[in-house]
Design a protein around this ligand. Structure first.
Ligand code: GLP
Length: 222
C-alpha cells in the first residue's frame, strides 16, 4: 500500500477496519515518519460504518481510522470518506456514497479483511453480486465476533452501511488480508469453493487482480 501511494501520490484507496489491517496502518505511519511518505493528495473511502453509534464513538470506524492512520499522517481529512450514518435518510446517504465513489474515478487499491462467515465489508452471506452501498443487518455471527470490541453483545450495533460487492469489484486492485485459524474455512471457500452468496468473499474470484495475503493458520485449509 505504501508503494501504491509512493508511485501514485493522488491514488484512491479503499480502506478496511478490524484488527487484521492494523499492521498495514502502522507501517504506513512509519513510512510517513521515517521516509516522509506523503498522503496529502490521497483520497480514501472506507468500506463500511456502523449505524447507531454517536459521533466520535471509540468503536466507530471513523474513530478507528483517525487513531490508527489519519491523525498520524498528513492526510487531507476532507478527502477521507465514510458512509454518512448520521444522515436523516441513510438510504439516500448510501446512494450518495456510491455516487462519490464513481465521481472519484474509482478505487485504485482496495484493502479487505474477511469475516469468519466470509463477509467482506459488511456484505454478509446472502449478499448478491450486484449489491451496491446500502444499509444492512449484521449477521448474528458478526455480532458475536465483534462483541469483543464492546462491553457487551447488546452494545454491538445491529446495522451498518457498507459498500456492496459490485462497489468493491470495481476497484482496480484488491488485497485481502487474513490471519488466524478462525478465518481458514472462509479463506478456503473464497479461493477454492464455488462462487456463492453463502461466502461473499468468493465473489472475488470474478475480479482480475486480487491478492490474498495470509498467515499459515489462515491458509491451513487450502
Ligand atoms: C468487521 C469489518 C470487516 C472486517 C472483519 C474482520 O466486521 N466490517 O471489514 O474485515 O470484521 O475483522 P478482524 O480483522 O478484526 O477479524
Amino acid at each position: 500500500m505504501a508503494e501504491a501511494v509512493a508511485s501514485h501520490p493522488s491514488c484512491v484507496l479503499g480502506l478496511a477496519t478490524g484488527s487484521t489491517p492494523l499492521q498495514v496502518y502502522s507501517e504506513l505511519c512509519r513510512r510517513h515518519r521515517e521516509d516522509g511518505l506523503s498522503f496529502g493528495d490521497v483520497t480514501t473511502f472506507n468500506l463500511d460504518e456502523y449505524l447507531g453509534l454517536k459521533v466520535g464513538h471509540p468503536q466507530s470506524y471513523r474513530h478507528f481510522m483517525q487513531t490508527q492512520l489519519f491523525d498520524q499522517v498528513d492526510i487531507d481529512i476532507p478527502r477521507t470518506h465514510f458512509p454518512d450514518v448520521h444522515a436523516d435518510d441513510v438510504q439516500q446517504a448510501s446512494e450518495h456514497y456510491e455516487h462519490q465513489l464513481s465521481e472519484s474515478g474509482g478505487i485504485d487499491l482496495q484493502l479487505l479483511g474477511i469475516g469468519t462467515n466470509g463477509h467482506i465489508g459488511f456484505n454478509e452471506p446472502g449478499t448478491t453480486l450486484e449489491s451496491l452501498t446500502r444499509v444492512v443487518d449484521l449477521a448474528p455471527s458478526t455480532i458475536r465476533s465483534n462483541t469483543r470490541f464492546f462491553e457487551s453483545a447488546e452494545q454491538v450495533p445491529r446495522q451498518a452501511i457498507t459498500m456492496g460487492i459490485a462497489s468493491i469489484l470495481r476497484a482496480k486492485k484488491v488485497v485481502l488480508l487474513a490471519t488466524g485459524a478462525a478465518k481458514a474455512a472462509a479463506v478456503a471457500g473464497a479461493i477454492q469453493g464455488p462462487i456463492t452468496a453463502d461466502n461473499p468473499a468468493s465473489y472475488l474470484q470474478s475480479h482480475a487482480d486480487v491478492l490474498f495475503v495470509l498467515d499459515e493458520p489462515a491458509a491451513a485449509q487450502l
